[in-house]
Design a binder for this molecule. Structure first.
Ligand code: ADE
Length: 302
């Protein structure tokens, strides 16, 4: 096998199945940026099976990124190769051979992150003309789609570890796509992943056992999913408003949970959220159970 060199890392096998020529990828602008990573908008010419120009999103590292970030990007690449589901962001290719810069090409989602979209729909969030009205039914359908994507991931024995509205992408057709696999890991033998120490952690989305013992399972993804429903119903508020992250663990341990963000209504959705936040992982529903609960809520139209 042909090998290519990743700076500061081992040699990796070239994957011709996914390799895309750098000359046919034109970077256009920055869509989003983190400390060490960025997402770019680009045009890809003649993607396999797609003649002509296609707008795509490209994940890349910024100068200053270290091995951890490189590892996360390559992990994401490997995991995306394995998955295929309408509610999971699709891998289109990668440029790994050109001048040390690695580009992971994924499908472009016109409406960007769900969190940004929800916030744009708030009053005063955007120009009144541009603002789209979101019905409760639409919000529940988003929740349903995300659960379908997560059901698929959990069947694939993959744990996401960073499920949150900021990591869901939305297309113009109203399709939700789970993305940002950077933190996810395949689960081996048992379904527990013990994390190594790492930098930033999404404390307000994390399950009790993840906070205390760094244990990540599909059931800790379910906890995060409960927080995501709360984000949906509040059109993208930051969870646990007014609570400092240093105090969160003790509060949760003593039984504290967020209140119903829409008091006196949506009791069924609130019950679902609470079930996702059960102290013991085994008491939480599976994504398959969540999907069928949401089916029932959508049918009853309540
Ligand atoms: N922002 C981050 N990833 C994106 C994508 N795939 N499409 C559109 N905007 C994005």
């Amino acid at each position: 096998t042909k090998l290519y060199c990743v700076p500061n890392l081992k040699y990796l096998p070239l994957d011709p199945k996914w390799e895309f020529p750098r000359e046919r990828l034109n970077i256009e602008k920055v869509l989003g940026e983190g400390e060490f990573g960025q997402v770019l908008q680009a045009s890809a010419i003649d993607l396999p099976g797609v003649p002509g120009r296609t707008t795509v999103a490209v994940k890349a590292l910024k100068a200053g990124a270290g091995n951890t970030e490189l590892n996360d990007l390559l992990t994401e690449y490997e995991l995306l190769k394995e998955v295929s589901h309408p509610n999971i962001i699709r891998l289109l290719g990668a440029c790994t051979c050109s001048d040390g810069q690695i580009f992971i090409i994924i499908e472009y989602a016109d409406k960007g992150s769900l969190r940004g979209y929800l916030r744009g729909c708030r009053r005063g969030g955007r120009q009144a003309l541009e603002r789209e009205r979101l019905s409760l039914k639409t919000l529940i359908s988003y929740a349903w789609q995300i659960s379908k994507g997560m059901e698929y991931l959990s069947e694939m024995k993959m744990v996401h570890r960073d499920l949150a509205a900021r990591n869901i992408l939305l297309t113009s057709k109203g399709v939700c796509k789970v993305s940002d696999f950077g933190l996810s890991r395949d689960v081996y033998e048992d379904d527990t992943y013990l994390k190594q120490s790492r930098g930033k952690v999404p404390v307000k989305w994390m399950a009790l056992e993840s906070l205390s013992d760094q244990v990540y399972t599909s059931k800790s993804d379910v906890w995060s999913y409960g927080v995501l429903i709360w984000e949906l119903l509040t059109l993208g508020l930051a969870p646990y408003p007014g609570i400092a992250i240093q105090n969160l663990y003790d509060l949760l341990l003593s039984g504290y949970r967020m209140e119903n963000p829409v008091p006196n209504s949506q009791c069924k959705l609130y019950h679902l959220m609470q079930a996702c936040w059960a102290t013991y992982p085994t008491d939480r529903p599976s994504f398959m159970q969540i999907t069928s609960t949401l089916n029932r809520i959508l049918q009853e139209g309540s």
